[in-house]
Design a protein around this ligand. Structure first.
Ligand SMILES: Nc1nc2c(ncn2[C@@H]2O[C@H](COP(=O)(O)OP(=O)(O)O)[C@@H](O)[C@H]2O)c(=O)[nH]1
Ligand SMILES: [Mg+2]
Length: 151
C-alpha cells in the first residue's frame, strides 16, 4: 500500500504546522494496532504566504502536484476565509477540511468555518483543537480509509 501524501493549505497562523505535529503523534499511536502509512514526511506543510499572496499561488499548485490529497486548514477564530467557493476544484484531488482552534472558538464560529470549508469543496470536515488534542484520531482514520480507496 502506497503512502499517501497530503498537502496542507491555509493562511499564516491557521495552525498548519501544529496540526502536522499532532497528526504525526496520533499516527504513531494508531500505528501500533492498525496499518496507516502516513508519517510526518508525508505531510507537505506550506507557508501561509502561498495562499495569501496572489503571485505565490502558482507555487502552491506546483507543491500540490506530488500530493494525493489536499487539506484545507481553517482557523475557527478567523473572521471570514481565504478560500473562495470551489477553491479545491482546481487541484482535481480529494480534499478534506480541518477546522482548527475549536477550543477558543464559539460554536457559531466553528459552524461558519465548516461552511467555508464545505463551500471551498472539502468532502469531509474535521474539527480539531491542538490545545485539547481533540479531533486528530478521526482525521488520521480518514487517511487510512482514503488510502485504501485510492489503491
Ligand atoms: N488555542 C489554539 N491555538 C492553536 C491551535 N492550533 C494552533 N494554535 C496556535 O496558533 C498559532 C499558529 O500556529 P501554527 O501551527 O504555527 O500556524 P501555521 O502558520 O498555519 O503553521 C500558534 O501560536 C499555535 O500555538 C489550536 O487548536 N488551539
Ligand atoms: Mg507553519
Amino acid at each position: 500500500m502506497d503512502k499517501k501524501r497530503i498537502i496542507l493549505i491555509g493562511r499564516s497562523m491557521a495552525g498548519k504546522t501544529t496540526l502536522c505535529q499532532y497528526v504525526n503523534k496520533e499516527e504513531i499511536k494508531y500505528y501500533k494496532t492498525q496499518t496507516v502509512h502516513l508519517i510526518n514526511d508525508q505531510m507537505i506543510d506550506t507557508p501561509g504566504e502561498y495562499l495569501e499572496r496572489r503571485y505565490l499561488r502558482g507555487a502552491l499548485s506546483v507543491s500540490a502536484t506530488d500530493a494525493d490529497m489536499i487539506m484545507l486548514v481553517q482557523d475557527a477564530t478567523e473572521d471570514g476565509t481565504m478560500f473562495p467557493p470551489g477553491y479545491a476544484s482546481m487541484y482535481c484531488k480529494p480534499c478534506v477540511g480541518v477546522v482548527t482552534k475549536s477550543d477558543i472558538a464559539k460554536d457559531e464560529q466553528i459552524e461558519h468555518a465548516k461552511q467555508y470549508l464545505k463551500f471551498a469543496g472539502a468532502q469531509e470536515i474535521f474539527v480539531t483543537s491542538s490545545m485539547k488534542g481533540t479531533g486528530f484520531e478521526e482525521l488520521v482514520k480518514s487517511f487510512e480509509k482514503d488510502t485504501q480507496r485510492g489503491d
